[in-house]
Ligand binder design. Structure first.
Ligand SMILES: CSCCC(=O)C(=O)COP(=O)(O)O
Ligand SMILES: [Mg+2]
Length: 229
C-alpha cells in the first residue's frame, strides 16, 4: 500500500520550459546586482560562505563567487548555494505577478484525489524548499501548498544519491516500499528504487529509451493502488 507520494517538479509537475525559459533567465538577469548589494546581509552572507565551502575556496572574493555562480548556471549545476540564491530572487517575480508557477493541468486533480485517499504528499526538487513553496504557493492554480506535508531539497542530498531517499523515508516515517517517487529523470528513479521506493517515470516530452521504470504521460494515468512492478 502506498502511504506517501514524493514528486519531483521540473519535468514532472511543471514544464521544463517554465523553469529554463522563465525562472532561470529571471534569476540570471538579477543575480550579479543582487549578490553585490546583499553580500554582507543575511541570508546572502551565509550562502556565499557555503558556496566558498562548496568550491573549497575559503578566500574567494565576491567577484570570483559571482563568476562561479554564472558558470554553475551555464552548466545547470544543482548547487545548493545557487539554488538558495535563485529562490530568493524568484520571490519578487512571483509576488509582483511577473509569472506564476507552471502546473500541468492533470497535476492538481490527481494531487487532490490522492490526498483525499489518505496519501501524504511531499516534494523533492533540486530547487530550494523556499523556491518550491513559491512555485506551488503562486501556481497557475493558486496556492496549493496546503496539499503538501513536507518539502525536500539538496540539503537532504543529491537527487541521484541512494542515501537521499533513505533519509527522506526516515523523515517521512514510512517504509521505502510504501513510498512512490515520481520523476522524469531515470537516474533519480534508479537511486530511489535502490533505496526501496516504488517508482514511476513521467514522460512529458521526449521518450526515454534508457529507462527501465514504468512510464506514464500524465498524473491521471497513475493509480497508487496499482503500481506496476
Ligand atoms: C523549485 S522550481 C526550480 C527548480 C530548479 O531550480 C531546478 O533546478 C529543477 O530541479 P528539479 O529537481 O525539480 O528537476
Ligand atoms: Mg525533474
Amino acid at each position: 500500500m502506498i502511504r506517501a507520494i514524493v514528486t519531483d517538479i521540473e519535468g514532472t509537475t511543471s514544464d521544463i520550459r517554465f523553469v529554463h525559459n522563465v525562472l532561470f533567465p529571471y534569476a540570471r538577469e538579477r543575480l550579479a546586482a543582487f549578490v553585490s548589494a546583499q553580500q554582507y546581509a543575511e541570508p546572502v552572507n551565509t550562502i556565499l560562505d557555503n558556496l566558498r565551502e562548496e568550491i573549497a575556496q575559503p578566500q574567494a572574493s565576491t567577484h570570483d563567487l559571482i563568476a562561479t555562480l554564472f558558470a554553475f548556471m551555464d552548466e545547470d549545476r544543482k548547487s545548493t548555494a545557487l539554488k538558495a540564491l535563485q529562490g530568493i530572487i524568484w520571490q519578487d517575480g512571483y509576488v509582483n505577478g511577473d509569472f506564476t508557477g507552471h502546473l500541468y493541468p492533470d497535476v492538481l486533480p490527481a494531487l487532490e484525489k490522492w490526498k483525499s485517499q489518505g496519501i501524504d504528499l511531499y516534494v523533492y526538487s533540486s530547487g530550494s524548499v523556499a523556491a518550491q513553496k513559491l512555485l506551488f504557493g503562486y501556481s497557475d492554480e493558486g496556492d496549493i501548498t496546503h496539499l503538501f506535508s513536507g518539502y525536500f531539497d539538496t540539503h537532504i542530498g543529491a537527487k541521484r544519491d541512494v542515501q537521499s531517499y533513505q533519509t527522506i523515508a526516515a523523515q517521512i516515517g514510512a517504509a521505502p516500499s510504501q513510498i512512490l517517487f515520481l520523476s522524469d529523470i531515470h537516474q533519480e528513479l534508479d537511486a530511489a528504487e535502490q533505496a526501496g521506493f516504488r517508482t514511476l517515470q513521467l514522460i512529458r516530452g521526449d521518450e526515454d529509451g534508457a529507462s527501465h521504470h514504468h512510464q506514464v504521460h500524465q498524473f491521471d494515468d497513475i493509480n497508487p493502488e496499482q503500481i506496476p512492478s
